[in-house]
Design a protein around this ligand. Structure first.
Ligand code: SF4
Length: 337
């Protein structure tokens, strides 16, 4: 039996039951495949499951999503992080409506012209949504493939080899969508980053890393050193116990979301009686780790031109705050209880 056949047999019995997946054929609705793939970027399956359900209840079709205000999309995305994904999702829905009559194209080149759809997502939509023989290569798949081949070189330097091997296996499969799902499931449940369950693996007779005892050192992923940033986040109350919030600009980090004012240069935004608390909030972004100290004050009015507006904390639920800001709000509100 070939590697692809063994994997297919294993998948028949061990496939994860996921709401965005169907077995043995293309998903009847590429819209759902696309939503799941965007949500799953940098986010675990467990976290995505309830978001996916809520999202489809609110936006059952691409038409619903395209017509909705971006604020509604961001509100539903609240807590998932990487909010640029939500903005691009909304933009992409509008482009698919306007240029493709509400139907996703199956061709990868066409898919990659759409907002927020890169090489990986285009392959995933073509594979899961249209059952086309496109290799879907994510971190789980890279781990399985490099271990199978015993490739010790840094992953970044052998991506061409990895993609070629992934394509070879995909081309040999009778159902590309199932094959892609099987690779991912094997990587997620058996060929795990630490202590892979090799004795349960359908491919262990084929696996070089298993035979040579190198499963812990393959794949070779050299980590980039992350920047550490510190700053202040400001809890500014007025005389009615309302708190100052503001909307971020439409571009850059956490674009368009609501926030309490904050900075990373540890300066105060205007002269006031600032009270430094001992409370800090930590958050990990893709390219840096951030620690914010909570600083409070009460003001009668704001300096002219200072951005933002006051609202009662009970109304915060109506605004799309990032996970970082939700942590800050929770800390301050819990302290008051
Ligand atoms: S034998 Fe072990 S290391 Fe090799 S593919 Fe299977 S789980 Fe991964």
């Amino acid at each position: 039996m070939t590697v692809t056949e063994k994997l297919s047999k294993w998948y028949e019995k061990n496939a994860r039951n996921l709401p965005w997946r169907v077995k043995g054929k293309a998903h009847p609705n590429p819209y759902e495949v696309w939503i799941s793939e965007i949500m799953l970027q940098q986010t675990t399956v467990k976290t995505v499951l309830p978001y996916f359900k809520r999202f489809l209840e609110r936006f059952p079709t691409i038409t619903d999503l395209a017509k909705a205000p971006i604020e509604d999309v961001l509100l539903l995305w609240q807590g998932l992080g990487y909010y640029t994904r939500a903005r691009k999702l909304h933009e992409c829905a509008q482009v698919v409506m306007n240029k493709h009559n509400g139907h996703f194209p199956s061709d990868r080149k066409e898919l990659m012209k759409l907002p927020g759809i890169g090489s990986y997502t285009s392959a995933a939509i073509a594979s899961f949504g249209f059952n086309l023989p496109e290799a879907v290569v994510d971190g789980n798949v890279i781990r399985v493939l490099t271990r199978l081949k015993g490739w010790e070189a840094p992953v970044a330097t052998i991506m061409d080899q990895i993609n070629a091997f992934a394509e070879e296996l995909t081309q040999a499969s009778s159902c590309p969508a199932d094959h892609a799902s099987a690779m991912m499931d094997l990587g997620a449940g058996i060929c795990t980053p630490r202590s892979p369950l090799c004795t349960f693996c359908p491919l262990h007779y084929d696996c070089i890393a298993y035979k040579t005892g190198e499963t812990e050192s393959i794949p070779n992923i050299s980590k980039l050193k992350k920047e550490i940033k510190k700053g202040y986040v400001f809890w500014i109350e007025n005389n009615c116990a309302q708190v100052l919030i503001r909307k971020r600009t439409e571009k850059g980090l956490l674009s368009g979301l609501t926030e309490l004012p904050w900075n990373t240069d540890e300066s105060f935004p205007f002269p006031a009686d600032w009270h430094m608390t001992r409370k800090t909030v930590k958050h990990i972004f893709t390219h840096f780790d951030l620690t914010l100290t909570i600083v409070k004050t009460q003001v009668d009015s704001l300096p002219e031109g200072f951005d933002g507006f006051f609202t009662a904390p009970e109304n915060f639920k109506n605004y799309p705050f990032s996970t970082l800001m939700q942590k800050v709000i929770k800390k301050v509100i819990n302290e008051k209880k």
